[in-house]
Design a protein. Structure first.
Length: 252
């Protein structure tokens, strides 16, 4: 898929995908690779279902486990040739976000990979994920955002308390970095597709972090469906999350 990133061929449009976005050639090519691997699992006797942002729900002989697939998280980056986009995979044993028990995020440009298994821990490229300690008490050193220009006004209180801001364009990678403390806080002040966050939320949970919407309501209780959207506020520690939530609430 990388050779067609940032090319006219990669930006070729197909039908609107199951998630509501227009499917590009970069999306189609990446999904074909993922489904080829899943088909091999089925041939070896595994039974499961797959929910893909491009193709929607497909049965491979059983309702659960349910495999979530976003073959290119950050597809706008990919089609424009911005080298920051990833693969998101998650496995669930129920219909809710909190039912995810395996998460995997891969940066398709660097090969960096984050994985987590419920109750067993989280890893980055094979090593146990270690949360970076906060560099400066009382201030957010790096704030991660996913936002439209208009929605930035909602996150303004956090912006004003931050030293630096990063907007990467990939929810999965942004949240994976937050799980390891690279971002002190991550905020999506506009409703984003919860589907894109599921794998990274397993990482965050296993690393001891906290994720809610910007009002402090848990994301784990949401249905894991392509149409479900929510704002997002997360941090690598309970203390940082509580501080970020307080900053937002104090500005109301």
């Amino acid at each position: 898929m990388l050779p067609i990133s940032g090319t006219e061929a990669g930006r070729a449009r197909f039908e609107v995908g199951a998630g509501g976005d227009t499917t590009m050639e970069v999306d189609r090519a990446a999904e074909a690779v993922v489904f080829a691997e899943l088909a091999q699992l089925y041939e070896r006797g595994e039974r499961f279902s797959v929910l893909s942002e491009e193709s929607g729900l497909r049965s491979f002989g059983a309702g659960y486990p349910l495999v979530l697939v976003d073959p290119v998280d950050g597809s706008l980056n990919a089609k424009q040739g911005v080298p920051l986009f990833g693969l998101m995979l998650a496995v669930l044993d129920g219909p809710l976000v909190g039912d995810a028990y395996v998460g995997c995020v891969m940066n398709l440009n660097t090969g960096d990979q984050w994985t987590a298994i419920r109750g067993q821990g989280a890893w980055r490229s094979g090593s146990a994920l270690k949360v970076l300690p906060r560099a400066e008490a009382g201030r957010i050193e790096i704030l991660g955002l996913e936002s439209t220009p208009r929605a930035l006004t909602v996150a303004r209180p956090l912006v004003e308390r931050s030293s630096k801001i990063r907007i990467l364009g990939s929810m999965a990678i942004s949240l994976a970095l937050t799980a390891g403390g690279a971002f002190d806080v991550f905020c999506a002040p506009m409703p984003v597709r919860v589907f894109d966050t599921v794998a990274s939320l397993v990482l965050l949970n296993q690393a001891g972090g906290v994720a809610t919407d910007i009002s402090g309501q848990p994301l784990a209780r949401l249905d894991c469906a392509l149409e479900v959207r929510s704002t997002v506020l997360c941090a690598a520690t309970k203390e940082l999350h509580a501080e970020a939530l307080k900053i937002l609430e104090s500005a109301k």
